[in-house]
Ligand binder design. Structure first.
Ligand SMILES: Nc1ncnc2c1ncn2[C@@H]1O[C@H](COP(=O)(O)OP(=O)(O)O)[C@@H](O)[C@H]1O
Ligand SMILES: O=C(CO)[C@@H](O)[C@H](O)COP(=O)(O)O
Length: 534
């Protein structure tokens, strides 16, 4: 009999990725499909469509299905032995939503193994362009939700977050308000994660507690939908959402489609899918006291916490690997795509040249500071590019190298300032665990280490959401017997030290952090001020 293996998937913003691990937790296969490059017919940029109002951002749902067809065919051609797979789990970009048309459950259950999935499912979606996490078009719905439950702090106390435009409840409310007939045709609403799980299960997969915490709809303490929040968003939501489940739940066995088309074992189990950040927490084996920083399309910072206090900034999510605890999350929208733009303008599109600019400039950038928000930022709410010289005077341009350092130092100073606002303190034992595409770049990690005055560790793959999903697949098989994830993955390779802070970094950055926080107040979004135009 072939040695067992486990699959972890990640339906992220720009790509679909997969990792297979063996029972010794070694990565034995890794692959990806890039939406822009490999599926050009969908005409996405960075995996998404930004609409003409600059606020609405969507991705074609069939693109995700076609990406799954494509990656499975690639695996098959490379000789991947699907019959070895004992269990699989996965992750999805958080907050995005999928609207299944009435009657789709029958189609999903009966897909023909003769056809690729996207052909069978093409008529299944009431909304063909799914709203995703980059969307910020639901300000009206956010105000209405906060008003309905007694204010922003009260909503945060219930759901872990005040109302955020990308959070799914507000997105559903917008669809119901603007297209009630489309809403009426919808029999089931999935998150990207539970949608992806549904494709493997051949049935509607439930939403897990952790990704469900990013909807402004789940009572994170009791882990049930909040009736006042559901009612404020749209009618009949309980039926359309289904009951949420613990993140470690085994949902069932793989759909016969995969058994017949790819020779999966009919016993292969599907473990609930979750959000990409929660899955990364599992993949990096985060411990209390560590701080995780993901440098993907979005930049995120997250922590494992026992006793959270929801606030007006940041999010509290149910912990994906331990239902008794929580994770705190901060999301920064201007992450890799902003870095790519400055790389293209200032470093001829080359990461090597970008890194050289970081090496050729001094830590602290001689007091030059910058804020780089191509699109309306989430943390803090601000937009535009704002540069300040060492005298705090606004300047229009920086030399190219100074621009690159100002971008990276600014991005990391914002992370430290907002993490400290959440109550996080950098301690002598603090480890930063870095992941995501930009964590390949040592020069970027050096700035991160200096700004936080803490060592930065990485794991063998930057695809921690995939790896965490594969770990969660193994854990799901034993979780019912109260085995913690930490026990299941104790033989996994430890995170490796990538960089340590440069001597004197703390003294250098302490005054700069104070200045950055003060200047941030000046650039925060104020619709009546002219300082936000670039
Ligand atoms: N050497 C590098 N330096 C900086 N950024 C990089 C480097 N290599 C890749 N990236 C960035 O990684 C991003 C993709 O990260 P990834 O974590 O895969 O994103 P996602 O999971 O959102 O699809 C790209 O947009 C790219 O800008
Ligand atoms: O909105 C959030 C978290 O709240 C984002 O972090 C999304 O989950 C997208 O993730 P990436 O594709 O950038 O990893």
């Amino acid at each position: 009999m072939a040695a067992p293996c486990f699959l972890g998937w990640d339906f992220s913003t720009q790509q679909l990725k997969v990792i297979a691990i063996d029972e010794h937790l070694r990565v034995i296969y890794e692959d990806n499909v890039n939406f822009d490059k490999d599926l050009p017919e969908f005409k996405t940029q960075g995996g998404a469509h930004v609409h003409s109002d600059r606020l609405t951002v969507t991705s074609p749902v069939l693109m995700w299905v076609k990406a799954l067809d494509m990656i499975l065919e690639k695996m098959k051609s490379s000789g991947f032995n699907f019959s070895q797979v004992r269990a699989l789990s996965g992750a999805g970009q958080q907050h995005g939503s999928v609207y299944w048309k009435k009657g789709s459950i029958q189609i999903l259950k009966g897909v023909s193994p003769e056809l690729p999935l996207h052909q069978s499912l093409k008529a299944c979606f009431a909304v063909s362009n799914s709203p995703i996490w980059m969307d910020s078009s639901t300000a009206l719905q956010c105000s209405a939700l906060e008003d309905a439950v007694g204010g922003a702090q009260h909503l945060a106390n219930i759901t872990g977050s005040r109302a955020y435009e990308r959070f799914t409840g507000n997105q559903i409310a917008k669809i119901y308000n603007q297209n009630p007939e489309v809403y009426a045709q919808t029999e089931r609403i999935s998150l990207v994660s539970s949608f992806a799980a549904s494709l493997f299960l051949g049935a509607y997969a439930p939403i897990d507690y952790s990704d469900g915490s990013g909807m402004n709809l789940l009572q994170i303490w009791e882990k049930v939908w909040s009736a006042p929040c559901l009612d404020a968003c749209a009618p009949g939501l309980v039926e359309k959402l289904g009951n949420p489940v613990p993140s470690h739940s085994v949902l069932g066995s793989i759909s016969p489609y995969y058994v017949q088309r790819y020779e999966f074992s009919p016993d292969c189990k599907i473990v609930a899918f979750t959000g990409d950040n929660p899955a990364s927490l599992a993949g990096m084996r985060l411990q209390e006291g560590d701080i995780a920083i993901s440098l993907g399309t979005s930049d995120t910072l997250f922590l494992w916490i026992q006793e959270p206090t929801p606030a007006l900034e940041g999010h509290i999510l149910c912990n994906p690997v331990d239902s008794q605890t929580y994770m705190a999350l901060l999301c920064f929208k201007n992450g890799s795509l902003m870095r790519e733009r400055i790389r293209n303008e200032c470093a001829s599109g080359s990461w090597d040249d970008f890194s050289k600019a970081l090496s050729s400039t001094v830590a602290g950038n001689n007091g030059n500071l910058g804020f780089y928000f191509d699109v309306m930022e989430i943390t803090p709410e601000a937009v535009g590019i704002h540069r300040f010289n060492s005298e705090n005077q606004k300047v229009l341009n920086f030399p190219k190298e100074v621009e690159i350092r100002a971008l990276i130092e600014g991005q990391f100073m914002a992370k430290r300032i907002h993490a400290e606002k959440l109550g996080y303190k950098v301690m002598p034992k603090t480890r930063i665990l870095a992941t995501g595409g930009a964590s390949h770049n040592k020069k970027i990690l050096q700035v991160l280490s200096d700004v936080f005055n803490a060592p930065v560790y990485t794991i063998d793959t930057a695809n921690s959401a995939c790896l965490g999903s594969a770990y969660r697949a193994i854990h799901g098989l034993v979780a019912e017997t109260n085995v913690p994830l930490a026990d299941v993955v104790k033989l996994a390779p430890e995170p490796r030290l990538a960089v340590t802070p440069t001597a004197g970094a703390e003294e250098l950055y302490r005054p700069l952090l104070k200045r950055y926080a003060e200047l941030e107040q000046k650039v925060i979004y104020n619709p009546t001020s002219s300082c936000h135009t670039k």
